[in-house]
Design a protein around this ligand. Structure first.
Ligand SMILES: [Fe+2]
Length: 218
C-alpha cells in the first residue's frame, strides 16, 4: 500500500507502478530460506547470523531468476532494497545513483514499514510511531535514504494519506504488514507458486496473481 502511494507520487506510469508493487510484495522472498531460529531470534544476532540474514537479498534474486523472472524492476527491488546512498548497505555496497532508482525508493518504504509495524517488543503504533519513523528517515536523508523519496513519504503523511494504513497497523487483528506481506498465508502462497513453478518458468501473470491474492489478504 505504501509502495503504491509512493510509486504514484513518483509519477511512475501505471505498468511501472504494478511492476514496482510486485517487487515490493516479493522483496523478502529470500527469507523463505533463512532458518526461523535466526529470523525470529529475540536478542542480538551474531556476526555470522547477520551475514545469513543479509543473504536474503541475493537468495531471493537468485530464486526469481531461476524461475525465469527477468523484469529488472522486480529483480532490482529484491536484490538492492538494503543498499544505502552512502554505500554502507548490502549486498553489493552500491552508492548513490548506482543503486537502481526503484530499489532506492523501496528501501525508504521498507525502513518506514519496519519502524511503524506492530512488533512484539514495540507498543508505540499509529501516527506517533509514524512521526518518529519519519524523523529517523529525515536524519538519514541523503545519507542512507534518497532525499526525494523521504520528502515524498513525508508529504504523503502530512497530507493524511498514510492514515488508513497506519490505522490498519494499529489493529492487532490485522498484523499482516502491507509492504512486507510475509505472514503465514502469503508465505504459503509464495511457497506454493515456487513449488508449482519447479524452478522452470514463472511468468509475470503468475506473479500478478500472487500479488492480487496477497492484497486481498493484507
Ligand atoms: Fe529485506
Amino acid at each position: 500500500m505504501y509502495a503504491q502511494l509512493l510509486a504514484e507520487s513518483a509519477d511512475l506510469a501505471v505498468p511501472d507502478v504494478k511492476r514496482f508493487m510486485l517487487g515490493a510484495v516479493l522483496h523478502d522472498l529470500g527469507k523463505l530460506d533463512i532458518p526461523e531460529r535466526i529470523l525470529g531470534k529475540p536478542g542480538r544476532l551474531t556476526d555470522e547470523e547477520y551475514e545469513i540474514v543479509k543473504s536474503h537479498t541475493t537468495i531471493g534474486w537468485d530464486r526469481l531468476r531461476r524461475m525465469g523472472v527477468d523484469d529488472p524492476m522486480i529483480l532490482n527491488v529484491v536484490r538492492h532494497h538494503h543498499e544505502r546512498i552512502d554505500g554502507t548497505g548490502y549486498p553489493d555496497g552500491l552508492a548513490g545513483s548506482n543503486i537502481p532508482l526503484e530499489a532506492r525508493w523501496f528501501g525508504v518504504i521498507d525502513a518506514f514499514d519496519a519502524m511503524t509495524s506492530l512488533r512484539p517488543y514495540r507498543d508505540e503504533v499509529g501516527s506517533s510511531a509514524a512521526r518518529r519513523a519519519l524523523q529517523e528517515l529525515q536524519d538519514k536523508r541523503g545519507i542512507w535514504y534518497p532525499a526525494e523519496a523521504v520528502d515524498a513519504l513525508t508529504e504523503l503523511f502530512e497530507a493524511g494519506r498514510l492514515e488508513s494504513i497506519l490505522e490498519h497497523l494499529n489493529d492487532p487483528e490485522a498484523q499482516t504488514s502491507p509492504v512486507s506481506p510475509m505472514g503465514p498465508e502469503i508465505l504459503a502462497l509464495v511457497r506454493e507458486a515456487l513449488q508449482r513453478s519447479n524452478d522452470d518458468h514463472t511468468d509475470i501473470e503468475d506473479l500478478e496473481r500472487i500479488l492480487q491474492e496477497a492484497e486481498t489478504l493484507s
